[in-house]
Design a protein around this ligand. Structure first.
Ligand code: TYD
Ligand code: MG
Length: 455
C-alpha cells in the first residue's frame, strides 16, 4: 500500500545539471560545476503511483514478443516541426519545448493547433490571460474552433479537466508557472518543476495524449528549469537565436523516437513564425558585393547543409585592452582562432577590437565555420572584400592547419546549388566524387589561405 503519511526530507539539486544528491557537495560530481548545489525540501512517503505505458506490460516478457509496430504519430501540421519530431508527435509522449523568454515558444505552440484545427487541443496557460492568448491567436490567424484555452496553474485541476476533455493534444505553458498542491514549495522551484513534469508524463503515458510542455531557460541554462527535466521527458526541442534577430532555430536535443541531429529554421513575422524550408536562400546576405568583413560558411547544422554569412569588424582598440565580442559564436573559440592567427600566421590582432556576428541571429556550433570566421576577420583587417561567389568549410587547428570537415561533399553540392562558384576546404578533404558545378580550392594552412585570397 502506498503510504499516505507526508514526510519531508532535504535533498540537494545541482542548479546547473539538475542531478540530485542526499548531501551537500562543493562541486557537482556529474557536471563538475562549483557551488551549484541548492538544498530543497521534498515530500516523501507519497507513492508516485503506477505508470503504465499504453501497449506496455507490467510484467517482464520475452523481448521477442514485444511488438515493434510503428509508434502512433500525430501530425502537428507544420512540416518542419513534424520532421524535427521524427514524423509527427508520438501519442503519449511528453515533449519539452525550451528557450529563452520572448523567443517564440508560446507563439509556435499556439500556432500549431490554429493551423491544424482537426486536432482537438487543450492549451493550458499559466503565463498569460485568456484574453492575451486570444489576441495572439487573432494575430496568428488560422481556425481556433477546436482549440480550448484553459487559464489554470493547479496541476490537479488541469489533469482533471484534461481527462474530461480528452484532447488530441495538450499544451502546457509553462512548467515554471504550474504547481502541485502536495509539494510544499513555490511554483518554479526544482521540486515543483520535477513533480509537474512527472505528473504530465504519467498523464501522457496513461491516456496516450501527447503533451507539449513549455519551459523557460536562460542563456547559460543555469536556472533550475528545463535542464533538470531533460532526463524525464521523451523529447527536448530547444529554441535558439537572438531575440532581436528575425530567425530562430528549433533544434531537437533529445528524441526517444527519432534523430537528434535535426533542426528547423523559423522567421518571426508580424503574423507568427514562418517556416524557412530552405535556410540557404534566406541566410545568404543581401549585402552589396564589395563589402569587407564578411565571409560565407558552408554549414551543416543538424542534417542539413546550408550557407550563411559570418560578419566581422576589426578596429583599433580605443581602450587599453582590446575587446572581443561574438554574437552567435563561442567567444572562447573566437579567442582561440585569433591566437592562432597571431602565433601561426603573424597577424598582430592583440591591439585590435574584434566583433563577430553570425547573420540572422543564429547560434553556430559547427566547427566547419572556423574558416569563414578567420576569413571574415582578415577581410575586415585588410579591408579587402571577399568575392561574392566564394564560400568556406574548414576547421582550424591550433597549429594553424586547416582540417577537413564532415560531409564536405554535401556542403559543396548545396553551395553549387545556391550559385557559389568556389568553395575553400582543407587539403585533406576526400571526395568520393568530385562535386559538380563548383571549383574546389584546397588549402593546407592559414598562410596558404592568405596567399590564395589576399595576395
Ligand atoms: P512569445 O511567443 O511570447 O515568446 P515566449 O513564449 O518564448 O516567451 O513571443 C515571442 C516574441 O515574438 C514576442 O516578443 C512578440 C513577438 N511576436 C511577433 O513578432 N509576431 C507575432 O505574430 C507574435 C505572436 C509575436
Ligand atoms: Mg510565452
Amino acid at each position: 500500500m502506498a503510504s499516505t503519511v507526508k514526510k519531508t526530507k532535504s535533498v540537494w539539486f545541482c542548479s546547473h545539471c539538475g542531478n540530485e544528491y542526499s548531501k551537500w557537495l562543493g562541486r557537482c560530481p556529474a557536471c563538475g560545476e562549483w557551488n551549484t548545489l541548492v538544498e530543497k525540501e521534498v515530500v516523501t512517503g507519497k507513492a508516485a503511483g503506477p505508470m503504465t505505458v499504453p501497449g506496455g506490460s507490467r510484467k517482464p516478457m520475452p523481448l521477442k514478443e514485444v511488438s515493434t509496430t510503428q509508434e502512433d504519430r500525430v501530425s502537428l501540421g507544420s512540416a518542419e516541426v513534424d520532421r524535427l519530431l521524427g514524423g509527427g508527435i508520438v501519442k503519449g509522449s511528453l515533449v519539452l519545448m525550451g528557450g529563452e523568454p520572448g523567443i517564440g515558444k508560446s507563439t509556435l505552440s499556439l500556432q500549431l493547433p490554429l493551423h491544424r484545427p482537426e486536432l482537438k487541443t487543450l492549451y493550458v496557460t499559466g503565463e498569460e490571460s485568456v484574453k492575451q492568448v486570444k489576441m495572439r491567436a487573432d494575430r496568428l490567424g488560422g481556425d481556433s474552433s477546436n482549440c480550448l484555452i484553459f487559464s489554470e496553474t493547479d496541476m490537479s485541476a488541469i489533469l482533471a479537466e484534461a481527462e474530461e476533455v480528452a484532447p488530441d493534444l495538450m499544451i502546457v505553458d509553462s512548467v515554471q508557472t504550474m504547481y502541485c498542491q502536495h509539494v510544499e514549495s513555490t511554483a518554479g522551484s526544482v521540486s515543483q518543476i520535477k513533480e509537474v513534469a512527472a505528473q504530465l508524463l504519467r498523464f501522457a503515458k496513461s491516456t496516450g495524449i501527447p503533451v507539449i510542455l513549455i519551459g523557460h531557460i536562460t542563456k547559460e541554462g543555469t536556472i533550475a528549469g528545463p535542464k533538470i527535466l531533460e532526463h524525464i521527458v521523451d523529447v527536448v526541442l530547444q529554441f535558439e537565436g537572438e531575440n532581436r534577430g528575425a530567425y530562430r532555430v528549433l533544434r531537437s536535443i533529445k528524441n526517444r523516437f527519432g534523430s537528434t541531429s535535426e533542426l528547423a529554421v523559423f522567421e518571426m513575422t508580424g503574423t507568427g513564425l514562418r517556416e524557412v524550408a530552405n535556410p540557404s536562400e534566406m541566410l545568404i546576405p543581401m549585402h552589396e558585393a564589395g563589402l569587407s568583413g564578411t565571409a560565407i560558411a558552408a554549414m551543416l547544422d543538424g542534417n542539413r547543409p546550408f550557407l550563411f554569412e559570418v560578419q566581422a569588424l576589426v578596429s583599433s582598440a580605443v581602450y587599453g585592452t582590446a575587446q572581443r565580442s561574438a554574437t552567435g559564436f563561442d567567444v572562447r573559440r573566437l579567442n582561440m582562432l585569433l591566437a592562432v592567427l597571431e602565433r601561426r600566421a603573424g597577424f598582430k590582432l592583440g591591439q585590435k577590437d574584434v566583433f563577430l556576428n553570425m547573420a540572422g541571429g543564429l547560434r553556430i556550433t559547427d566547427p566547419a565555420c572556423d574558416l569563414a570566421v578567420i576569413v571574415a576577420v582578415l577581410s575586415s583587417n585588410f579591408d579587402m572584400p571577399i568575392p561574392a561567389d566564394v564560400c568556406f568549410a574548414g576547421e582550424v587547428g591550433l597549429s594553424g592547419e586547416i582540417r577537413p570537415v564532415s560531409q564536405a561533399a554535401r556542403r559543396a553540392v548545396e553551395a553549387a546549388r545556391v550559385g557559389f562558384k568556389r568553395i575553400f576546404v582543407s587539403s585533406y578533404t576526400h571526395f568520393d566524387q568530385k562535386p559538380q558545378g563548383i571549383e574546389v580550392v584546397k588549402v593546407a594552412d592559414i598562410p596558404a589561405l592568405v596567399r590564395a585570397l589576399f595576395k
